[in-house]
Design a protein around this ligand. Structure first.
Ligand SMILES: NC(=O)CC[C@H](N)C(=O)O
Length: 212
C-alpha cells in the first residue's frame, strides 16, 4: 500500500495515478499512518505550507527518520523541494524562520526556477528507467523547481532540453535537471499525475517492490 502525504496539494490526483499504476493508495496525515504504508508520495502544492503543516501534525520528524532508514518516497514538484537536502532560496515564514525540507536527496533545488504561474509550460522528456516504447514522457511544469546540483550518488533521470522548451531565456541556453533518483528516493519537477502519464508512478511502485 502506498501513501500520499495529504496535508496540502494535489493529493487526489496522486491517489488516482497510483491506483491506475496498480497500487492501493491511501492518504497519510498522522505519524501512525506512516507505518502502515510501504512508500509515500509527497505531492505538488506549496512546499512552505506542506513544511509548516508537517511540523504541526508531528509527521516531519518521523518521516525524516524513515527516509534516513531507506523508506521509499516520491516527491513531485513541491515534493521534490521537500526531499532536497538544500533549497537554494528558502522562504522564511512570518517569524523569520527559514523553510525546512525533509531532506534525503543530496541535491540543491531552486524554487519557481522556470518563472511564475504564467511561465508554466509543457514539454516532452526522455526519461530514463521508464518504458521508452510508449513514447516520451509528457511533462507539465507549474511553478516547478529545477535541480542545480546533484551529489555523487544521485542519478539524473531527465533534463529539459532548451531547444524543446518555451524557456530559452530562463534556461540560459542550457539543459536543466528535472528528475532524479537516489536509492529509493525519486523526485520530479513536473506533475505526471495531471496528464494521465502513469510510468513515473509505475517506476516508483517498482522501486518500492525492489524491482527497479
Ligand atoms: N506545483 C508545485 O508544486 C509548485 C511548487 C511551489 N512553487 C513551491 O515552491 O512549493
Amino acid at each position: 500500500m502506498v501513501g500520499v502525504l495529504a496535508l496540502q496539494g494535489d493529493v487526489r490526483e496522486h491517489l488516482a495515478a497510483l491506483e491506475q499504476a496498480g497500487a492501493r493508495a491511501v492518504k497519510v496525515r498522522r505519524p501512525e499512518e506512516l507505518d502502515e504504508v510501504d512508500g509515500l508520495v509527497v505531492p505538488g502544492g506549496e512546499s512552505t505550507t506542506i513544511d509548516k503543516l508537517a511540523r504541526a501534525f508531528g509527521i516531519a520528524e518521523p518521516l525524516r527518520a524513515k527516509i534516513r532508514a531507506g523508506f521509499p518516497v516520491y516527491g513531485s514538484c513541491a515534493g521534490m523541494i521537500l526531499l532536497a537536502d538544500e533549497i537554494a532560496d528558502p522562504t522564511p515564514d512570518l517569524a523569520g524562520r527559514p523553510q525546512e525540507s525533509f531532506g534525503g536527496l543530496d541535491i540543491t533545488v531552486r524554487r519557481n526556477a522556470f518563472g511564475r504561474q504564467r511561465e508554466s509550460f509543457e514539454t516532452d522528456l526522455d526519461f530514463k528507467e521508464v518504458d521508452q516504447s510508449r513514447g516520451p514522457v509528457h511533462a507539465v511544469f507549474i511553478r516547478g523547481p529545477w535541480v542545480e546540483r546533484v551529489g555523487p550518488d544521485v542519478e539524473v533521470l531527465a533534463e529539459v532540453d532548451p531547444a524543446h522548451a518555451s524557456h530559452t531565456a530562463t534556461l540560459g541556453g542550457r539543459s536543466r535537471i528535472v528528475a532524479v533518483r537516489s536509492g529509493r528516493l525519486l523526485a520530479t519537477s513536473f506533475h505526471p499525475e495531471v496528464t494521465g502519464e502513469t510510468r513515473i508512478h509505475e517506476l516508483f511502485i517498482r522501486m518500492i517492490r525492489g524491482e527497479a
